[in-house]
Ligand binder design. Structure first.
Ligand code: B12
Ligand code: SF4
Length: 507
């Protein structure tokens, strides 16, 4: 069978794993990629994206020419509408079976099926279900009994319960990185994308991990062995010459024993600079030293709010402010570049709460205290809380579940308020703000005179530059540099021009 994966914006680990798995069964796979120029985190212009740099017809044409039997999409709520549009047209052009999998169909499977576009969905883990579905479609046998799979027959939708989770992740082949490296080495080579675990031990109410617990109440968290994760990186280093690594594990430092074993192998056999996410609960001097000595250049740590009560009751995040302060202070004394995450627009949040968060961030400094507006995602616990508090209406929840609004949480989220945005901008700058100044600003409410426009991206760029030149800190996140972005845009503009010229010439 010929299996096409269509996606946009970024490299996608799920696609890479699923491609590697179905190839073991002898299927052929290909990637169809929409680079989403002028429609991303940094730069969003409908005019430029839809009218000038529109890759849609190019993508559909290549799909038609490749003649796939299955077109598979990895769907999160943010790309659900794009996915529906492409899938509908691709189905008409190719007659291929359409399969949706990933976070969005897992969160709202019935609605996704009822929408009518996908022939099948896979809800939850798909390493076993998707190859089984492909086998059934290839053999022409009935797929309606496959665990985790849903579909439509006789005008009705059906969804099978999930199978037991695959406990031993070491059984999986390494992800099929060639798919993305062939498409655009520039996008992926900057930092190798890997995850040594699945899921999280925590269950914060705004996070997908609070939703997946409903599908797998016995727990979803699993970790690869240190040996297996290190072997993938050794392989990638030899095969692609990668220069650094981004660990997409939800909390890389959650198991001290694993961390020590893994980093011991990593230092000897991989030895590249890396980036990872940590949690205030498991940061102490020893862990930070271990990270520094192993090549870690930057970490991301979540604080979300300095209001302990909101953190516990609304966000389902335990841990005291003392603990968070200790973690930030230890990290602040290290060589690591520290991104902290603050969420704005939480249910019931007041100006006083944000003032408290600002003072906390000024006292316990991160290199970049990044602010994000809460965005409500389907199936997450915080929706029930906000519904119960009368903050979200039933109709709004319906719209969220159908992903009817595109609200990037870096700039607006679902909860943007201009007054709060002014304070948010000050939090963003709190890494540079002396404590006494922060106290005066709060006492006199001087933040009222700040702009309400989002300063996140200029501050990310400026801080990276200042920290590099004055503190010698690098921020080896997955982001491309401005020059890389320029090259990325040039490359795809050239490809678009070439395809259009070839089509003009043919006609
Ligand atoms: C890595 C990651 C990223 C990376 C790469 C994104 C990408 N395209 O892969 C980066 C940093 C770029 C990123 C960006 C964003 N992300 Co992100 N990201 C993640 C993270 C931490 C891990 C995903 C991952 O690779 N897991 C490992 C793979 C193997 O597992 P998996 O994706 O769950 O896939 C399994 C199943 O879901 C299923 N499956 C998945 N796809 C498919 C496809 C088919 C055909 C089938 C059959 C099955 C299937 O099979 C896989 C194997 O079992 C998740 C959190 C999480 N744990 O999922 C958030 C997460 C997916 N991101 C999220 C968000 C919101 C974003 C952003 C919108 C943030 C922003 N404001 O910019 C952007 C948008 C990205 C985009 N357009 O794709 C949300 C999505 C919530 C939602 N309901 O949609 C998540 C769930 C985190 C959260 N807040 O809860 N992200
Ligand atoms: S610690 Fe992070 S990944 Fe884990 S549940 Fe909370 S927000 Fe999600």
């Amino acid at each position: 069978m010929r299996i096409a994966f269509a996606t946009s914006h970024y490299e996608n680990l799920a696609i890479e794993y699923l491609s590697a798995l179905v190839k073991l069964d002898g299927h052929e796979t290909a990637l169809f990629f929409e680079p989403a120029l002028f429609h991303n985190f940094f730069c969003d212009s409908n005019f430029l994206h839809d009218r000038v740099f529109n890759f849609r017809s190019r993508l559909l044409k290549s799909l038609e020419e490749w003649k796939p039997d299955i077109i598979a999409f990895s769907v999160i709520s943010d790309n659900y509408r794009w996915t529906l549009d492409i899938a509908r047209e691709a189905k008409k052009l190719t007659g291929a079976k359409i399969v949706f999998g990933g976070v969005h169909p897992t969160s709202v499977p019935d609605r996704t099926l009822a929408e009518g576009t996908p022939d099948f969905i896979v809800a939850g883990d798909a390493e076993e279900a998707f190859p089984e579905l492909a086998r059934a479609l290839a053999a022409g046998t009935d797929p309606s009994g496959i665990a985790n799979v849903g579909g439509r027959s006789g005008g009705k939708t059906w969804l099978n319960p999930p199978r037991p989770l695959m406990k031993d992740l070491d059984r999986l082949p390494f992800p099929d990185k060639d798919l993305f490296y062939r498409e655009c080495a520039l996008l992926v080579k900057k930092s190798y994308m890997i995850s040594a675990s699945r899921g999280c031990n925590y269950s914060c109410s705004y996070c997908w991990n609070s939703m997946i617990r409903k599908v797998y109440p016995e727990g979803f968290f699993r970790r690869r062995s240190p040996e297996n994760a290190a072997a993938e990186l050794e392989w990638a280093k030899a095969r692609y010459g990668i220069e650094r690594v981004t660990f997409y594990d939800e909390v890389f430092t959650s198991d001290r024993d694993w961390l020590e074993k893994f980093l011991e192998i990593y230092r000897r056999r991989v030895g590249l600079p890396f980036f990872c996410c940590v949690h205030p609960d498991n940061i102490d001097e020893a862990v930070v030293k271990l990270l520094e000595d192993s090549g870690c250049g930057a970490v991301n740590i979540g604080l979300q709010t300095a209001n302990e009560d909101t953190r516990r009751r609304i966000l389902n995040r335990g841990g005291s402010n003392d603990q968070a302060a200790r973690a930030l202070d230890i990290l602040g004394r290290s060589k690591l570049y520290v991104y902290s995450n603050i969420m704005l627009g939480l249910p019931g949040e007041t100006e006083k709460d944000l003032e408290g968060t600002l003072l906390f961030c000024a006292r316990h400094k991160a290199d970049l205290p990044a602010i994000y507006w809460l965005r409500y995602y389907p199936g997450t616990r915080i929706i029930e809380t906000a519904g119960g508090m009368g903050i979200l209406t039933g109709e709004q929840i319906e719209r969220i579940n159908d992903s009817r609004e595109y609200l990037p949480y870096a700039t607006t989220g679902s909860t943007y308020k201009p007054d709060m945005a002014r304070l948010g901008n000050l939090i963003l700058l709190s890494g540079f703000l002396p404590v006494a100044w922060a106290e005066t600003i709060v006492r006199r409410r001087l933040y009222r005179f700040l702009p309400a426009g989002n300063l996140l991206f200029p501050v990310i760029a400026l801080t990276a530059w200042i920290k590099k030149y004055f503190k010698g800190k690098n921020s080896p996140f997955h982001y491309l540099s401005v020059t890389d972005y320029a090259r990325f845009y040039l490359l795809y503009s050239w490809r678009l021009l070439r395809t259009s010229a070839a089509r003009l010439f043919r006609s």
